[in-house]
Write a protein that binds this ligand. Structure first.
Ligand code: LLP
Length: 421
């Protein structure tokens, strides 16, 4: 359920017409609905109300500090994967005790930063990493709380690039080796074991893979407790899918109810790391038609947003609905919606039924709130776009459009290339 709707054939977000913002801030821009974000968070949070739990929003899906603040104000924590994401979360005012840190390649400086800030826990992804965290904690002079991210070897039945819980994926520690790793970690002076973690993939549209993973983690928790290894947190990661096209993912309530039931009296605080399900359908990318052309019967709509702004279609062949901001009744054509980047792989949508469009018409690329801006780049030296947040009848630019100066910031001309006076 989101707050994007048509009023008299014109797309509005909450109580603001999208054309109004386009007129003021120019295109392209990401547009987020605050009411939708809050609603999604609260529905998800409420779904776990019967058990002790913590919802740590996965900031890789959208890390704008205003967005993080919206969620933190609702009581959320943050799931991070880098020092940069920790920095952002802290800037947004997160309680460090609600931060969990996953990732296969944590650097020592990042680990120390997180220990200094006393985050809730590291989700450790290899036996070498346990050693490194132990050493870093010794240097910082504080204990590091950890869970092991186990790889439960379940098939999340999603796109191979976003599947993470199979043996062949690089993530986590093989569940069959994890007991030994826990035993070793238990011996280390600066490590405090507090939990078990997994994250099996993203855009998962069935409940069964989550339940399979939970079953395996439960068995592990029993074994650990038999050895007096203290487990008080069960982190099940993120991954719940959303509707981009015709997918029918479980509702968060259905997902939570099934997990809680299957967990039984596990006596752990649940941690969930949702990203997409909170922010995906709370954001759109608004773009403008630059040109229309046809070549040998094939129609192209060239827009001013490209794969550098939204890479999902190019990278995963992901589907995003593309809708005119102002609907018209003109005859429908089949067209590819493409960007200005010098690559054939630069497309937003292929073979779509679209009304006749003309230069300057606005298009909304729907469901673009997750992994949209966070995966944007400056490829082709294109300034990254603005981000706008709507709350009721007001809008706020939460990230300015980059300027040409911004895109060369940090570059330097070496002495030998400088003009002689
Ligand atoms: N926790 C961990 C450890 C993760 O790696 C991820 C996502 C999440 C939580 C959040 O998952 P979500 O609830 O959003 O599914 N760029 C891809 C998605 C990559 C997901 C990476 N990990 C895309 O655009 O579809």
């Amino acid at each position: 359920m989101d707050y994007f709707r048509y009023v008299d054939n014109e797309l509005w977000c909450e109580d603001v017409p999208v054309t109004k913002i386009a007129g003021d801030v120019g295109t392209p821009f990401y547009l987020y609905s605050c009411r939708t974000i809050e609603r999604h968070f609260n529905v998800f949070d409420q779904a776990f109300a019967d058990v002790p739990h913590m919802i740590c929003f996965s900031s890789k899906s959208n890390s704008n500090i205003a967005i993080l603040k919206v969620l933190i104000r609702q009581g959320g924590g943050v799931d991070i994967v880098s020092g940069g994401e920790l920095y952002r979360a802290l800037q947004a005012g997160v309680d460090p005790h609600k931060v969990v840190y996953s990732g296969v390649g944590k650097r020592e400086d990042e680990i120390k930063f997180a220990i200094e800030k006393e985050i809730l826990m590291f989700n450790v992804e290899s036996s070498q990493e346990i050693e490194v965290i132990n050493a870093c904690a010794g240097q910082v002079g504080k204990k590091a709380r950890i869970a092991l991210r186990v790889n439960p070897d379940v098939d999340p039945m999603t796109h191979p690039h976003i599947s993470t819980g199979l043996k062949e994926n690089k993530f986590g520690i093989d569940i069959n080796r994890s007991l030994d790793e826990y035993r070793r970690a238990q011996q280390l002076d600066n490590i405090d074991i507090i939990g078990v973690d997994c994250h099996i993939g993203s855009q998962i549209t069935e409940i069964s893979p989550f339940l399979d993973a939970l079953d395996r983690l439960k068995k592990l928790i029993d074994l650990l407790r038999e050895e007096n290894i203290n487990i008080s947190y069960l982190d099940l990661g993120g991954g719940l899918g959303i509707t981009y096209d015709e997918e029918t993912p479980p509702h968060p309530t259905e997902y939570a109810t099934a997990l809680i039931k299957r967990a039984g009296n596990i006596d752990c605080t649940f941690i969930l790391e949702p990203g997409r399900v909170i922010i995906g359908n709370a954001g759109i990318l608004v773009s403008q038609v630059l040109y229309t052309k046809d070549s040998d019967g094939k129609n192209f709509i060239v827009v001013d947003a490209g794969m550098n702004d939204l890479i999902r279609p190019s990278l995963y062949e992901s589907y995003h609905q593309v809708q005119p901001v102002i609907q018209n009744e003109s005859p429908v054509i089949t067209a590819d919606v493409v960007g200005p980047i010098c690559e054939s792989g630069d497309f937003i949508a292929k073979k779509r039924s679209m009304p006749q469009l003309k230069r300057g018409d606005l298009l909304a690329v729907m469901s673009a709130g997750a992994y949209g801006f966070t995966m944007a780049s400056n490829y082709n030296s294109r300034p990254r776009v603005a981000e706008v947040l709507i709350q009721d009848d007001r809008y706020y630019v939460i990230r300015k459009r980059e300027t040409y100066e911004d895109i060369i910031r940090g570059e330097e001309i070496p002495e030998f290339l400088k003009e002689k006076e």
